[in-house]
Design a protein around this ligand. Structure first.
Ligand SMILES: *Cc1c(COP(=O)(O)O)cnc(C)c1O
Length: 303
């Protein structure tokens, strides 16, 4: 089978004294180590769409995202690596930033569209591209092929876990992980931390991918006011976590997810002796736009 990236994503145990005190085992699945730019769940979501493109003889990938989208960067890097032309519709006014700059370096063509036009993705695609040549990939890699790629993470696990925890944007990764859990007939409970505020649309999106959202356990209260929003409490936690574990996380996805896990552990949510696995979904280039948020911490180091 076509498998052009050799997966390297170990499961690592965190040895935090607080965790020992609470008598839980916490592990991290290091999908951030898969690739620096085609990182985390983004490679898992891209794998089958790229395979389908080859099958149907399509040479151009067309996708959608915001100006700091990890998905756009992953598509751009994958396109460069696998000889696929990539184009993206970027939401909002023309801007430049390090993520878009790297997308351009990988050869991606960017087209900025205002928010109302951006909503009509199929229409934008139909107006600018020939569906026989170009492949439509939804924002964030949302879709059943993406979920299928994510389901394979479960097949890689080297031991059993009572709980698996993942952040959710579109819910594709969560839907896929649950499909993997079924396929392997595991009793593992999947926990989902939505990073958007008022993200109940996720239930429908997950159902549309063939997963019953009732099988998932949602933790709705860790969005910190919304997508890419941060609070000092979250930033302090992230800074502490990075400095004590050596594992880089960022405020938009993985920071909120790991914060949620520690908060739930502290509140005694998980039974004693539970073994918990956090999925590090990568996306660290997003940090490039958020480092300035940490300035307040560095100005008051003893806080
Ligand atoms: C894109 C992204 C997610 C969201 O994944 P979905 O499948 O859209 O829910 C989570 N974490 C990181 C780091 C991401 O870049």
């Amino acid at each position: 089978m076509y498998d052009p990236i050799t997966l390297h994503s170990p499961e690592e145990r965190l040895n935090d004294p607080d965790l020992t005190e609470q008598s839980v085992e916490l592990w991290v699945k290091r999908d951030d180590m898969i690739h620096p730019f085609i990182s985390g769940n983004k490679w898992r979501k891209l794998r089958y769409p790229i395979q389908e493109m080859r099958q149907f003889g399509k040479h151009q990938l067309v996708t959608f995202g915001g100006a700091w989208s990890n998905h756009l960067l992953a598509c751009a890097a994958a396109g460069a690596r696998f000889g696929i032309k990539t184009s993206a519709f970027v939401r909002g006014e023309p801007v430049d930033n390090p993520v878009l700059g790297m997308c351009r370096l990988f050869g991606m063509k960017l087209r900025f569209v205002d928010r109302s036009a951006y909503r009509e993705k199929k229409e934008l695609f139909a107006r600018h591209y020939d569906a026989n040549q170009a492949y439509f990939l939804d924002e964030g890699g949302y879709g059943p092929s993406g979920a299928r790629g994510c389901s394979e993470l479960i097949d890689e696990l080297r031991q059993s876990y009572d709980h698996i925890v993942v952040a959710a944007g579109t819910g594709t990764t969560a839907a896929g992980l649950q499909q993997g859990i079924w396929k392997q007939q595991l009793s593992t409970q999947l926990h989902v931390v939505p990073v958007l505020k008022g993200a109940h649309f996720l239930l429908e999106e997950i159902r549309n991918l063939g997963t019953d959202p009732a099988d998932l356990c949602f933790h709705w209260d860790y969005h910190f006011s919304g997508y890419a929003k941060v609070k000092p409490e979250l930033l302090n936690f992230i800074q502490q976590f990075i400095a004590t574990t050596g594992i880089m996380i960022e405020p938009t996805y993985t920071g909120k997810m790991i914060y949620a896990v520690y908060d739930l552990i502290r509140k005694g949510y998980f039974r004693r002796d539970s073994r918990i696995l956090c999925i590090h979904t990568g996306g660290l280039t997003g940090l490039l736009g958020q480092l300035a948020h940490f300035d307040t911490i560095w100005e008051n180091p003893e806080q």
